[in-house]
Design a protein around this ligand. Sequence first.
Ligand SMILES: Cc1cc2nc3c(=O)[nH]c(=O)nc-3n(C[C@H](O)[C@H](O)[C@H](O)COP(=O)(O)OP(=O)(O)OC[C@H]3O[C@@H](n4cnc5c(N)ncnc54)[C@H](O)[C@@H]3O)c2cc1C
Length: 287
Amino acid sequence: MPNFDYEAPTTLKNALKFLSEQGEIRPLAGGTDIIDQLKSNRRNADLVVDLKRVPELLALELTDTQLRIGSAVSCTEVHKLTAENGCFPALSEASELIGSIHIQNRASIGGNVCNAAPSADTIPALLVHEAIAHTTSTEGERRIPLIDFFAGPGQTVLQKGEILKELVLPTSSPNAASAYLRFIPRNEMDIAVAGVGSLLEVDPVSGVVKKARIALASVAPTPVRAYAAEQFLEGALIDNSSIGKASDLAVDAAVPITDVRGSAEYRKELVKVLTKRTLNICLERLA
Ligand SMILES: Cc1cc2nc3c(=O)[nH]c(=O)nc-3n(C[C@H](O)[C@H](O)[C@H](O)COP(=O)(O)OP(=O)(O)OC[C@H]3O[C@@H](n4cnc5c(N)ncnc54)[C@H](O)[C@@H]3O)c2cc1C
């Protein structure tokens, strides 16, 4: 591995000071992406700043109105909190399927987001739950709707010296449910050929959809929302027919590539199938 300096600050102020220095400075949370990227020369660094000892970035708080996830909080902790409280189900299941138990214990949700892989599993779940990225730097703070956070494969809108501080997700209505599914050729330890997160809020009396959110992974240079499908569902009666039509429309948001894991056509078919399945799971959870 190429040589680099390493710092592990214990305050946010010191972390931001290191991050604003000259040269190629890389934040590290769990290191499950960045260490491999440095080893294989896909990224370079003069200085790696370990964020796992900064208290603000390790905060995890669930209130009646929101879930706050510090950017260095592990997938394991997020899964545990959401599973125990029966909330944010799409995020709960996405954080439980990243890599293995060992990876989940190290890997952070923030690292999954900042690595900005089109295949990242937690991102569709965060998108359907309308996560806001709170960033910080020596220049100040920003709040960015997560859908606007990605600039391309492996690229975010973060500026030099700016880090993700936390992700904030509003609590869903009691009449809403979410789900995340991905397709991988093996049972685990693989990258999604396609992934779909869905959230449905349905009026319990009329059966009319009040809110629909559908987000896709691995089918575009960045994670995407399936806006046409969402708009079709909102105001529609939820049944097999509207779910089928929405699943067809979700494919319009996919602009996949053909690669070793699957052809573009195959990925589009997966989007249709996974959208239908996740919407049906949402309905089952609302029953
Ligand atoms: C064996 C294995 C299996 C895996 N399986 C999956 C899988 O199933 N699904 C999946 O989505 N991913 C998977 N991954 C990828 C990886 O584990 C996840 O992306 C993980 O969530 C990254 O988190 P981390 O804390 O380890 O990030 P790190 O490696 O520490 O950081 C990732 C990137 O984000 C940057 N970064 C980290 N924190 C911040 C911050 N606060 N602000 C700004 N930038 C920051 C880093 O500089 C780096 O560029 C796997 C990896 C391995 C090694």
